[in-house]
Design a binder for this molecule. Structure first.
Ligand code: ATP
Ligand code: MG
Length: 343
């Protein structure tokens, strides 16, 4: 039986953080290691440029950081094809073909894009490339005929958009493309991890992240200054655990659910101070992140090797995308000269 195909990726707008880790990276590594899938992991530099065109150096610098984060968490070039989006120009042509199948109103309705437009303060000056990035994401997914896309919750509207494009394309031109499905972490705290400031989403762009590469001191500082329940003023006061990011992180990272339940009960009753809970969270995070950081340091000793991995992966990915693009061109009927003039 043919293997199912996975495609997913990250924007190189900074280093990867805990949100990426629980939202998507963990799932990918686990799926990769089952051996049941053909896995493609993309550094989405072209997509990152849609809202960073004036700062390409940031994208260049982040490319290698994201690649190191990948290797550090256990993505393995022997098992997964790790590649760079901008090195696959076929993706751009696919995007152009799909743009004709999507209405402006449909793109405007995308809730994640709407939220990001607000968050980025674009007002009326939204770059057109940014506005249509869900369509280019559909090109990325379908170029590899991926059926499985492990992502965080904010990506759900993108996958839905991709599914619609596939259905429209296939009904117009024949069964060429594959409909993808998103794999989102079952635990809602993982599918959208909040920031250390309590804001709805930990994000590289919001300066509220704990990075996989942060050193032990930095992690501790960030944890100890995290936002908690603002009404939990004295230790004796009863506290709230529901919208409290310290407890949300414990839900996402603490494997001893019994201890966690006891702490939650104690906090709700009153008598458990924030400092104690934060110290415990710090221990849990240090234990999870230390081996990742160590592996990252090892890989960082040989950066040319990491660039070589991206180069090799991009060459493999380009061949796959070129084959799909050829099928797409033929399906639309653009192969005018095939068989003529030695074409
Ligand atoms: P940017 O602000 O530049 O968009 P980002 O932090 O949102 O950066 P992306 O590269 O856009 O990161 O997202 C990569 C993947 O990580 C996506 O699958 C996304 O759903 C997931 N992800 C990002 N942030 C979180 C989060 N806070 N919780 C869970 N998953 C997340
Ligand atoms: Mg994002």
């Amino acid at each position: 039986m043919e293997k199912e195909i996975i495609l997913t990726g990250d924007r190189p707008t900074g280093k990867l953080h805990l949100g990426h880790y629980v939202g998507s990276l963990k799932n990918r590594v686990q799926l990769q290691n089952t051996g049941k899938y053909e896995t493609y992991i993309m550094v989405a530099d072209q997509q990152a440029l849609t809202d960073n065109a004036r700062d390409p150096q940031k994208i260049r610098n982040s490319l290698i950081e994201v690649a190191l984060d990948y290797l550090a968490v256990g993505l393995d070039p022997a098992k997964s094809t790790i590649f760079v989006q901008s090195q696959i120009p076929e993706l751009n042509e696919l995007t152009m073909q799909y743009l004709n199948l999507v209405t402006v109103a449909r793109v405007q309705r995308n809730p994640t894009v709407k939220e990001e437009i607000k968050q980025k303060n674009f007002n009326k000056s939204i770059p057109a490339g940014f506005f249509i990035y869900p369509v280019s994401q559909a090109a990325d997914i379908t170029a590899f005929k991926a059926s499985v896309v492990p992502v965080g919750q904010d990506q759900e509207p993108m996958i839905e958009q991709a599914r619609e494009i596939v259905r429209t394309f296939n009904s117009l031109y024949g069964d060429i493309l594959v409909e993808p499905r998103a794999i989102i972490p079952e635990e809602s705290v993982c599918s959208r991890l909040p920031g250390t400031d309590g804001k709805a989403k930990m994000s590289k762009s919001l300066d509220n992240a704990i990075y996989l590469s942060d050193d032990a001191d930095t992690i501790k500082k960030k944890v100890m200054s995290m936002y908690t329940d603002p009404n939990h003023i004295r230790v004796e006061d009863p506290g709230e655990v529901e919208n409290n990011p310290v407890f949300i992180y414990l839900d996402a990272f603490c494997s001893d659910k019994e201890i966690l339940q006891e702490m939650k009960d104690h906090y709700k009753r009153g008598g458990l101070g924030d400092v104690k809970v934060k110290r415990y969270l710090n221990e849990v995070l240090q234990a999870e992140l230390e081996p990742i950081r160590k592996r990252r340091e090892e890989f960082a000793k040989d950066l040319p090797q990491v660039y070589k991995m991206l180069f090799d992966g991009s060459n493999v990915a380009r061949q796959v995308a070129a084959k799909t693009l050829d099928e797409v061109r033929c399906a639309i009927g653009l192969e005018y000269f095939r068989g003529m003039f030695n074409a």
